[in-house]
Design a protein around this ligand. Structure first.
Ligand code: FAD
Length: 564
C-alpha cells in the first residue's frame, strides 16, 4: 500500500472515470484526480442518437455520474472546466488551465493517465462546414443543440454525411422525429468500414424501405447557406440536396496532441502507442480509450477502435496497473452492433475483403435462418455471413443482419475467434436450445457446416451479386428455384433464366434439364438449394452451384405471382 501515490487522469468520459473507479478499488489511499475540460463527466454518449430520436426522454438520463458522486462515494477529485495543457515529464507534473479563470497550475503525479478521447473529423477543406445548422455529435451539449434546431418549424430536411455507425443512428433519429432524411456516403455502400457489400445491401434496403434517401458513392463537395448563414444545401459529386440541418458523421480522430507535444510515441494508425499494459512510451504514463491504438486479435495490426466497450476495458486495466498491478489487454476484434430501424446489424473480426487484404484465402458462407424455432411465435429471420481461413478452417470474422436476435450470435463469434476456434469447433458448440430461444441447429451451426462442406469440396456456391450480374449480362444459365409453388408465388426473382422446379419433383423431372447446362440452384435459405446441387451432381450434372444465402439473402428486387 502506498499512501503517497498520486494518480492524475486527463479526460472524464468513459476511460478516465473507469480508470479512477478501478484505481480506488485497488488502492483506498491514493490521491486520484480527474481533469476534464468540459462541464460534465461520465456522459452516456452512446445514447445520444436515442435522445435525439426521442426514445430517451431526457438528457439527464445520459449523465451517468457526477463529480459530486465521485467525491462522495470514492474520494475522487474531479476538476471540470479544466484542461490539461502540458505534460512536464521530467518533473512528473501536469500543467492545467482553469478555463473559466484562465489561471494555470501544476498537478504533480506519480502515474498519469491520458484518456483524452477523439474528435469528430471535420475536413478543413469542406466549404460551409461552419454554417448554422451543421453539427457533429459527441456530447450531450451537441445533442441539445440538435434537439433545439429540430424544435424549429423550419427544420424539415436533414442530411447526414457519412453512413457509418453514428451516421446511420443519426439518420434513424431524424426519421423518428418526422424529418425528410438523406444519407450521403462517399464509398459505394452503407457501413463500408464494417460490412462486405453483400451484407451492406441488406442495410441499404432497410434504409430505403424506411424512407431514407440514399446518396451512395458520392463525395460531398461543399455545403451552401443562405444570406443569414444557415445551411440550405449539400452539394455532392452527383446531386444537390436541400438541407435545414446537417450532421457530419465522418469518423473520429484520436486526441493525441498533448501526448505528441510531450514526446510520447504516436503509432502508425494515428493513435497513442501503448503496450499490453496500456503504458505509453513513458512507463509512468498510461493511456486508453479512443485516443490509443489497439492490436487486432486476428491480424496483429494496429487499428483504431473508438468504442465505449473498449474504453471501459482499457480503464479497468489501467486502474489496476497504476496501482501496482500487471493486467494486460489482449486487443480487439473490431466488434460492433447497431440497430438500423427494424434491422439488427453486427460484425466481428474480419470481413471477407479485410481477410483477403490481410493475406488469408477466405472461404465464406451466407446462412439465413430463424433466430428461434421457425414455428415459435415471433421467430424472425437473420443472416450470418461467416468468414474463415480456407487453409486452416480458423474462424476469422462474421457479419449478421436481420430482424431477429443478432447480439448473442455476435458474442458467440467473438468467443470463438478469441479462442482461435475453427469452423469445426463452431459446428459443434453446445449452444442452448429450446424453441423460444433458438432452432435445434443455430444459424451459426448452419454457417459453420456450410463452410465445412465448401472446404471439403462438397458444396459449391455463387454469390447473389454474381447471379445478378449474370442475369444482367443475359448469360445462358438456369437459375433453378427449388422451392414450392406457393413460395414462388410469394416472391421470386424475375429473370428469363429463372425456373421453378420444386425439390420434391426434381428427381422425377430431372430429364427436363439439359445435362450440359450451367445451373444455379436456389431456395429460401440455401439448404434445399444445396440438396438440389448434390442431387443433380448425383445424376451426372457437372456445372451446378447453389446461390449462397438464396432468396433470403437476395438484396435485389423480387416479384410475386404465379409461374407465367
Ligand atoms: C453518438 C455516439 C454513439 C456511440 N455509440 C457507441 C456504441 O453504441 N457502442 C460503443 O461501444 N461505443 C459507442 N460510441 C463511442 C464511445 O462513446 C466512445 O468510444 C467513448 O466515449 C470513448 O471514451 P473515452 O473516454 O476514450 O473518450 P471520450 O468519451 O471522447 O472522452 C474524452 C474526454 O476527454 C476530455 N479531454 C480531451 N482533452 C482534454 C484535455 N487536454 N484536458 C482535459 N480534458 C480533455 C474531452 O473533453 C472528453 O470529455 C458512441 C459515440 C458517440 C459519439
Amino acid at each position: 500500500m502506498n499512501a503517497e501515490r498520486r494518480i492524475v487522469i486527463i479526460g472524464g468520459m468513459a476511460c478516465g472515470p473507469k480508470t479512477a473507479a478501478r484505481a480506488r478499488r485497488c488502492d483506498p489511499h491514493a490521491s486520484i484526480s480527474i481533469v476534464e475540460q468540459g462541464t460534465t463527466v461520465s456522459e452516456g454518449s452512446c445514447g445520444l442518437p436515442y435522445y435525439i430520436g426521442g426514445q430517451v426522454a431526457s438528457d439527464r438520463a445520459l449523465l451517468i455520474r457526477t463529480p459530486k458522486y465521485f467525491k462522495e462515494v470514492s474520494d475522487i477529485d474531479v476538476l471540470t472546466g479544466t484542461r490539461g495543457t502540458v505534460i512536464h515529464r521530467d518533473a512528473h507534473e501536469l500543467e492545467v488551465v482553469n478555463l473559466a479563470t484562465g489561471v494555470t497550475s501544476r498537478l504533480p503525479y506519480d502515474k498519469l493517465v491520458i484518456a483524452t478521447g477523439a474528435t469528430p473529423v471535420q475536413p478543413a477543406s469542406l466549404a460551409g462546414k461552419d454554417l448554422n445548422g451543421v453539427f457533429t455529435l459527441t456530447k450531450i451539449a451537441d445533442a441539445n443543440a440538435i434537439v433545439k434546431a429540430l424544435g424549429r418549424e423550419t427544420t424539415k430536411k436533414a442530411v447526414v454525411i457519412g453512413a457509418g455507425l453514428i451516421g446511420i443512428e443519426s439518420a434513424e433519429a431524424f426519421k423518428s422525429r418526422g424529418l425528410d432524411v438523406s444519407l450521403v456516403e462517399a464509398l459505394p455502400h452503407a457501413l463500408p468500414a464494417l460490412l462486405d457489400p453483400d451484407m451492406s445491401l441488406q442495410v441499404e434496403k432497410e434504409l430505403a424501405t424506411k424512407g431514407v434517401n440514399l446518396f451512395l458513392g458520392q463525395r460531398v463537395l461543399g455545403l451552401e447557406g443562405d444570406s443569414e448563414g444557415a445551411v440550405r444545401r449539400v452539394v455532392t459529386e452527383h446531386a444537390t440536396i436541400e438541407a435545414d440541418i446537417v450532421i457530419l458523421a465522418l469518423g473520429y480522430r484520436p486526441n493525441v496532441e498533448l501526448a505528441r507535444q510531450a514526446g510520447l510515441v504516436i503509432g502508425s494508425a494515428g493513435g497513442l502507442a501503448v503496450n499490453e499494459y496500456m503504458q505509453t512510451s513513458d512507463s509512468d504514463i498510461y493511456a486508453g480509450g479512443d485516443c490509443v491504438e489497439n492490436t487486432h486479435r486476428v491480424t496483429g495490426a494496429k487499428i483504431l477502435a473508438p468504442m465505449g466497450s473498449t474504453a471501459n476495458k482499457h480503464g479497468r486495466i489501467i486502474g489496476t496497473n497504476v496501482t501496482g498491478g500487471r493486467d494486460t489487454f489482449p486487443g480487439v476484434l473490431g466488434t460492433a452492433i447497431v440497430k438500423v430501424f427494424d434491422l439488427n446489424v453486427s460484425r466481428v473480426g474480419l470481413s471477407e475483403d479485410e481477410a483477403r487484404k490481410a493475406g488469408f484465402d477466405p472461404v465464406t458462407a451466407l446462412a439465413p435462418g430463424f433466430d428461434r424455432a421457425s414455428y415459435y411465435p415471433g421467430a424472425q429471420l437473420i443472416t450470418v455471413k461467416l468468414v474463415a481461413d480456407s487453409a486452416t478452417g480458423r474462424v476469422l470474422g462474421g457479419q449478421i443482419t436481420g430482424k431477429g436476435e443478432v447480439a448473442r450470435r455476435a458474442d458467440v463469434l467473438v468467443t470463438t475467434i478469441s479462442l482461435n476456434g475453427t469452423v469445426d469447433d463452431m459446428a459443434n458448440l453446445d449452444l442452448a436450445y429450446s424453441p423460444p430461444f433458438n432452432g435445434a441447429m443455430d444459424v451459426l451451426h448452419h454457417a459453420a457446416n456450410t463452410v465445412r462442406n465448401k472446404r471439403a469440396g462438397q458444396a459449391r456456391s455463387v454469390s447473389a451479386a454474381e447471379v445478378n450480374q449474370r442475369i444482367s449480362a443475359g448469360e445462358d444459365f438456369i437459375l433453378l428455384d427449388v422451392r414450392s409453388q406457393q413460395e414462388w408465388n410469394d416472391a421470386h426473382i424475375e429473370a428469363c433464366q429463372c425456373r421453378l422446379l420444386p425439390l420434391n419433383k426434381l428427381r422425377e423431372e430431372v430429364s427436363s434439364l439439359p445435362k450440359d447446362a450451367r445451373i444455379v440452384t436456389l431456395c429460401r435459405t440455401s439448404i434445399r438449394a444445396y440438396q438440389a446441387q448434390c442431387m443433380l451432381e448425383g445424376e451426372g450434372f457437372t456445372d451446378v452451384r447453389f446461390m449462397d444465402g438464396s432468396i433470403m439473402a437476395w438484396p435485389y428486387a423480387v416479384v410475386c405471382g404465379p409461374v407465367k
